[in-house]
Design a protein around this ligand. Structure first.
Ligand code: GLU
Length: 568
């Protein structure tokens, strides 16, 4: 793209932004909309940034009428808007310069595909607008902390390419939450409630205040000081909201409570723990979040949190709620996965049946496929259903060119080919990748003793079967009485003949020198067999295409090679 083209794009976007915002374009927003509508410019962020700086200043100095007429000349508002809407990842609303976004998982286990959405969206938006990406581990419910998750989450995020600028762990910040709780009491916006849960609920459901709501600030502070000596359930700290709020769940929600449970990081140092809505809102404010992206299951939480912002007089970030993500055939919930691992149903967090990031990675799905998927789904409010087929399609286009081909024979049947002319024996060469002959060939020794896949043998009947790049054979009835091997007879070596006869053209491996191989399938079943000798050079994490079988990731090498099946 020439410099002139770039300037024209920036100029037009600056004009659009200025016309939409009372004559004043904002460089961050201009850059953001360019990046979303011109994917080809994303790798030229610097040039776009410096052009935007200059051109926005020029546009902002123009008279608003002139801005409008200039924009008309360039096609007006319409065309650009259409382009932006077509993209999965629409612009974030109300961006003023750089953004501060966060991914805030609970450390209850490794991340799953649902988490990938929040991680990818936040990460992509920070790339688009510039700013700060925060990782915040939300571990203020000691009963729901998996001590290993602090590490597994980081590993998963690194695999995903989520590069955070700052990391916080909420259990380090308890004193901060106490300070704001006390301040809220002093503002008269929080009260210590000693009602029992059922009594409070009854009153709340009738929009009636409980007796504690009228305590004075001094009385509340007194109780707050004694909070640490009380028993679990004796009292909670409540945030004052609208007692007539149409959603009873929002009425005077709990900010702090006692939990008698050893915390994996802080042990028994604290007993008073903030509820999620309190710590999240305090942190989102203190960390300067400009936008909060969260699932729509958090809609009521956002409403609760807004009370806190208003009580403290804080600026409310822009809340964006995206729809649910449903994935066919996958146990998404961490608690179900954990139960299954504990009772032995699943082999671990990377069991191929699970929707965890590590299970997906182990199968040879690349982060790029998840990225593309999440960007395509975007942050829309509507629920999205994702099929594995979709993920596979995205992944296939990533791995297709780089995956070398090999012959793998699963469920092997040993076949002896009788009458094989001597000249047919030798070494068969096949390209490692048919589209990239320059990568070289693999050599497969062919002597007439081969393994074939049971299915290929069974369905051939009396017809011809062609062994790829080798010969055409026919099977004899029964099998060898002394060794049980299936007996085939050499038919010809002519490919055309096989084609005309409609023969199946199948992969095979030599009995001598082939390597024992297992392929772990998505349903965790294992297909055992042999892979051709050239596979001896494979390394863990290589992804290959097992011809006529599918793509697979090398999981373990040794005397035996273990693969995890990726997809067809
Ligand atoms: N830790 C919360 C969760 O994972 C954060 C929710 C949010 O505020 O976005 O559900």
């Amino acid at each position: 793209m020439s410099g002139n083209d770039l300037e024209e794009i920036v100029y037009k976007n600056a004009l659009i932004n200025a016309v939409k915002h009372k004559g004043k374009a904002h460089p961050g927003s201009v850059i953001g909309s360019i990046m979303s509508s011109h994917a080809e410019l994303r790798s030229h962020a610097k040039e776009v940034g410096s052009a935007a700086g200059k051109i926005v200043a020029k546009v902002n100095a123009m008279d608003p009428e002139l801005q409008k007429s200039e924009l008309e000349k360039l096609g007006g508002l319409k065309e650009e808007k259409k382009k932006v809407e077509e993209k999965g990842l629409s612009d974030l609303p109300d961006v003023e310069g750089e953004v501060v976004l966060r991914f805030a998982p609970n450390p209850s286990g490794p991340l799953h595909i649902g988490h990938a959405r929040a991680a990818v969206l936040n990460s992509e938006y920070v790339k688009r607008y510039g700013g700060k990406l925060i990782l915040r581990i939300e571990d203020t419910d000691p009963r729901r902390v998996d001590p290993e998750a602090y590490q597994t989450i980081e590993e998963d995020l690194k695999w995903l390419g989520f590069n955070w600028d700052e990391k916080f762990i909420q259990s380090d910040r308890m004193e901060i939450y106490y300070k704001y709780a006390e301040e809220l009491i002093k503002l008269g916006q929080a009260y210590m409630c000693t009602c029992n849960g059922a009594d409070f609920k009854k009153l709340k459901d009738e929009s009636k205040p409980c007796p504690c709501r009228n305590l004075s600030v001094e009385e509340n502070l007194e109780l707050w000081k004694k909070f640490g000596q009380m028993d679990e359930g004796d009292a909670v700290l409540r945030v004052k909201t609208d007692i007539n709020h149409k959603n009873p769940a929002i009425r005077d929600w709990v900010a702090m409570r006692i939990v008698d449970e050893e915390h994996p990081r802080t042990g028994n140092k604290y007993r008073i723990y903030p509820m999620m809505n309190f710590s999240v809102a305090v942190d989102d404010h203190l960390m300067g979040m400009t936008h909060v992206l969260r699932g729509k299951d958090h809609l009521a939480n956002s409403e609760k949190q807004k009370y806190l912002y208003r009580h403290f007089g804080w600026k409310i970030p822009v809340f964006i709620h995206y729809g649910r993500l449903k994935m066919d055939d996958v146990a998404l919930s961490t608690s179900k996965a954990r139960a299954g691992i504990e009772d032995g149903t699943y082999t671990g967090w990377d069991d191929p049946r699970l929707g965890t990031i590590r299970a997906i990675a182990r199968r040879g799905i690349k982060r790029g496929a998840l990225y593309e998927l999440m960007v395509e789904i975007g942050s829309k409010m509507a629920d999205a259903t994702v099929s594995w087929k979709k993920v596979y399609g995205l992944n296939r286009s990533i791995i297709e060119d780089s995956s070398d081909r090999y012959f793998f024979v699963g469920k092997p049947v040993k076949v002896q080919i009788a009458n094989l002319p001597e000249e047919e024996e030798g070494t068969i060469k096949r390209h490692l990748h048919p589209n990239f002959p320059e990568r070289g060939d693999r050599e497969i020794p062919f002597t007439g003793k081969v393994y074939l896949t049971l299915d290929d043998v069974s369905r051939t009947g009396k017809g011809i079967l062609r062994l790829m790049d080798a010969v055409n054979i026919r099977f004899k009835e029964g099998s060898c009485k002394c060794c049980g091997e299936k007996i085939a007879v050499y038919h010809s070596s002519n490919l055309e003949e096989a084609r005309e006869a409609g023969a199946h053209i199948v992969q095979w491996v030599p009995v001598a020198k082939s390597i024992v191989a297992d392929v772990v399938m998505p349903d965790a079943s294992v297909v055992s067999g042999f892979i051709e000798p050239a596979a001896s050079k494979l390394k863990v994490d290589d992804i290959v295409q097992l011809e006529r079988f599918g793509f697979a990731r090398v999981d373990e090498v040794g005397d035996k090679i273990r693969f995890y099946f990726t997809h067809k």
